[in-house]
Design a protein around this ligand. Structure first.
Ligand code: PCD
Length: 783
């Protein structure tokens, strides 16, 4: 391996690992500014209660306390409520009611973190408890307590109704269908749970009037604009810096009340204020994901040709509608639920409701609700296979989209860019040794053993998105890039997206190196600082490679074209007579006469006479507005063993064949897939944000909310196919979230397959030992 001397794509070791592996990363909590104070949040113990009074006198008298901020303080500044990403408002600090357990009630600023925490206990809050709405299925009942009585004219807990597809055409298909299978499927509330919790260091400099925040954000530029709008500060007086981030997974897309409080704290005290939440605060109050109660119906012919899909969803959005997704799509990209199959007609209707739970609904490792969609259709396919007594691989092969069908328009309005799905599934079946596995399963069943084989096939839609269709809070989803090549040929790339561990400092340098033919080590990637980088919407929905990666390729090509003109002047040849070989422009037909990128860079900054109208230097900028999303896909196969005595599931093998188009760094791609598969094991087998009937959170620590470890994960078996995206300049598609989208269905399908001798057709996640055990109780085992 040639290391970072390499000139482009390939298994280049990650530049950022040198500091991460040595513990030299610089995270928000590592930042210490002179005179810095510490903030802590007082939170509601109730899920739903009227706020009668908040007495802060004792806390204010604490010798180390510098300020106590309440909802009333904020109301005076017109900051008690802030806009959410979904056009709703959210309380920064409660003024009228508390609406979920853990909601922010007061903020203490003190000399130390400990003093701030101690002072929280000195605040006396009088609550008048109200009945909460915890089960979303009761939120719209007559007489259900109204959660959002702050909203004008709101008499119920209804947020929105949204639909996609053709209802009448779908009904017609169902009316004439030979076979229909229907099932209620729950995708439980889960949490992204990044290892680093959320935090901020806010520093309002009264002399310059400039606010600098160091914060855990996946979208520094979007955060800056929101702060500007909320606080009424001009954008050029706000600098948002996102230093190293210890995992995002969607959790760091939104703006949390603690950030706003720290900013206010800094304005009030005139000193920098750090606020860093703890693990329980992160799990209880920051953006959750999923919580979709789905009803799926699938229609097919007897010989296994899928014809229609009909879906209704009840979406639990918690106390404030804070879902992150492009404005026009209140249910995110859920309407991609026809998945990877050629289906005549489809329709979905989604209803969103308020409950007394934390707000959010982030795209935790999926592009806006695609995980829910992929999970549903893959469960429905397995239930249909069981109904038709067909092998689930065979049923999929009969319906998967074939190469000649692309670009493919789905019944709900998507245009998939490229693929050859049967080829990818066949590859996974090969790696798994599928026929042998089925034979082994039959043997084991004879002996009463529960072995299961589960398949899933998924299509993701990543790289949001074409700005005419997609914006967040009115900000279009295009991303800028700037590239400078210095006189000696060393380059600096400035991008708007923000890495949380994905390795952008390496892969984006590889893109420039690939386009300019210079060493990867000669390219520095600058990101995560609004004062240093061009505007763009940030990193989530696996959009960095599809959008910002494309911007990087385009800007590098601009530099290369500029270099061609300079080389023409150097070589006394017409630019049109030059040809590009990586790293060098040469005169066509005379490869010995040429100029390297480094020589050209020096000449561009030197005394060389340039043609009229050609500016010197080798810098360029661009803004990339993607023409479409990219559609990565994959075929996954899980093999599980279930202990009939305890219900414990062991994932014995997991085969993942991913197609994300051209891979910039295959090693990083594999790492992304590994991480997402582990996430899938977590969701399928152990994770749920549960509540008791009073709204008490039952998963507020890692004792109860379980993260998968290497102990629960098999050694992943990966494969790949490469179908370039036709519209991406590099042919690349995003991949960061693919494995999280595709894997839960494979595992659940495998467990349900293992339980088939008991006549089980479906079981909801998480498939904990207790849940599996419960499912098989009282059912006779029949092979
Ligand atoms: N790549 C390559 N090739 C291809 C693709 C891709 O190479 N074809 C690579 C790149 O460059 C980078 C990575 O890989 O480095 C990734 O990418 P993407 O797919 O584009 O993505 P991004 O945008 O970058 O990222 C994002 C994602 C997400 S979204 C998530 S969740 C997760 C993932 O990412 N997160 C995370 N992954 C990860 N990793 C880590 N380490 N950490 C984290 O945190 Mo969301 O919406 O937010 O929920």
């Amino acid at each position: 391996m040639s290391g970072n001397g390499q000139h482009g794509f390939g298994r280049v070791p990650r530049k950022e690992d040198a500091r991460f592996i040595r513990g030299q990363g610089n995270y928000v909590d590592d930042i210490k500014l002179p005179g810095m104070l510490y903030g802590a949040v007082l939170r509601s113990p109730h899920a739903h209660a009227r706020l009668v009074s908040v007495d802060t006198a004792a806390a204010e008298a604490h010798p180390q306390v510098r300020a106590v901020i309440t909802g009333e303080t904020l109301a005076g500044l017109d900051l008690a409520w802030m806009p959410t990403l979904s056009g709703d408002v959210q309380a920064v600090l409660a003024t009228d009611k508390v609406r979920f357990q853990g909601q922010e009630v007061a903020f203490v600023v003190a000399d130390s973190h400990y003093a701030a925490r101690d002072a929280l206990e000195l605040i006396d809050v009088d609550y008048e408890a109200l009945p909460p709405v915890i089960d979303a299925r009761t939120a719209l009942d007559d007489g259900a307590p109204v959660i959002r009585d702050d909203l004008e004219g709101r008499g119920d807990n209804h947020i929105f109704d949204w639909e996609a597809g053709d209802a009448a055409a779908t009904d017609r298909v169902f009316d004439g269908a030979e076979v229909v299978v229907a099932q209620d499927v729950l995708y439980p509330r889960v949490h992204p749970a990044p290892l680093e919790t959320c935090g901020i260091v806010a520093d309002m400099d009264k002399v310059t009037g400039k606010l600098t925040v160091h914060t855990t954000t996946q979208a520094p530029h979007a955060h800056r604009t929101v702060y500007a709008l909320v606080a009424g500060l001009p954008e050029h007086k706000i600098r948002v810096v996102s230093p190293d981030i210890g995992g995002g997974f969607g959790n760091k897309v939104g703006i949390y009340p603690g950030y706003v409080c720290a900013i206010v704290g800094s304005i009030v005290t005139g000193r920098p204020v750090k606020w860093m939440e703890d693990r329980s605060e992160n799990l209880m109050t920051t953006s959750f994901a999923r919580d979709y109660h789905m009803r799926g119906e699938i229609a097919a012919t007897r010989d296994g040709r899928v014809r229609g899909l009909r879906v209704t969803v009840l979406a639990d959005h918690g106390a404030f509608n804070g879902t992150a997704q492009p404005t026009k799509f209140p249910a995110g990209f859920f309407h991609v639920f026809t998945g990877s199959y050629d289906i005549e007609a489809a329709h979905c209707a989604v209803t969103g409701v308020y409950t007394n739970k934390a707000p959010g609904g982030v795209a935790y490792a999926c592009s806006f609700r695609i995980t829910e969609a992929a999970y549903l259709v893959e469960r429905m396919m397995d239930m249909l296979a069981a109904e038709l007594d067909l092998d689930p691989a065979e049923l999929r092969l009969r319906n998967l989209l074939r190469a000649e069908q692309f670009p493919y328009s789905t019944a709900t309005g998507w245009e998939y860019d490229s693929g050859d799905y049967p080829r990818t599934l066949r590859k996974a079946l090969d790696i798994a040794g599928y026929d042998k596995l089925r034979a082994e399963q039959a043997d084991r069943r004879e002996r009463g053993e529960l072995m299961g084989i589960g398949i899933s096939f998924f299509t993701e839609a990543v790289g949001a998105g074409p700005r005419k269709h997609m914006d967040i809070l009115g900000l279009g989803m295009a991303d800028g890039a700037e590239l400078r090549v210095h006189p000696t040929g060393k380059a600096v790339l400035r991008i708007s997206v923000q890495t949380q561990g994905q390795g952008h400092e390496t892969t984006f340098a590889q893109i420039v190196a690939h386009e300019l033919g210079i060493p990867v080590d000669d390219v520095e990637v600058v990101h995560g600082d609004t004062d240093q980088t061009p505007f763009g919407l940030g990193t989530y929905g696996s959009r960095s490679t599809p959008v910002s990666g494309a911007a990087t390729a385009v800007v590098a090509r601009k530099v290369r074209e500029r270099a061609r003109i300079v080389a023409g002047a150097m070589l006394e040849a017409a630019p049109g007579d030059l040809e590009w070989t990586p790293g060098r422009w040469t005169v066509r037909g005379d490869p010995s006469s040429g100029a390297t990128m480094q020589e050209i860079a020096m000449a561009a900054h030197g005394s060389l006479e340039l043609p009229d109208g050609v500016e010197g230097h080798l810098d360029a900028t661009t803004v990339y507005n993607p023409p479409n999303l990219t559609y990565p896909f994959g075929a996954y196969i899980a093999v599980v063993d279930v202990d009939p005595g305890t219900g414990k599931v062991a994932v014995r093998r997991f085969v993942a064949v991913d197609d994300c188009g051209v891979r910039i760094n295959p090693m990083i791609v594999e790492g992304q897939v590994h991480g997402g598969l582990a996430d899938g094991v977590g969701m399928a087998l152990m994770q749920v944000m549960a509540f008791d009937e009073d709204g008490n959170h039952l998963g507020a620590s890692f004792m109860d909310y379980l993260l998968p470890t290497s102990m629960e994960c098999p050694s992943w078996e990966l494969g790949e196919t490469v179908t370039p995206s036709p519209h991406h300049p590099l042919g690349a598609k995003g991949v960061g979230e693919s494995a999280t989208v595709g894997s839960p269905a494979a595992i659940v399908n495998a467990v349900v397959d293992a339980l088939a001798p008991y006549g089980v057709r479906h079981a909801d996640m998480p498939l904990t030992p207790a849940n599996v055990w419960r499912v098989i109780q009282g059912r006779p085992f029949r092979t």
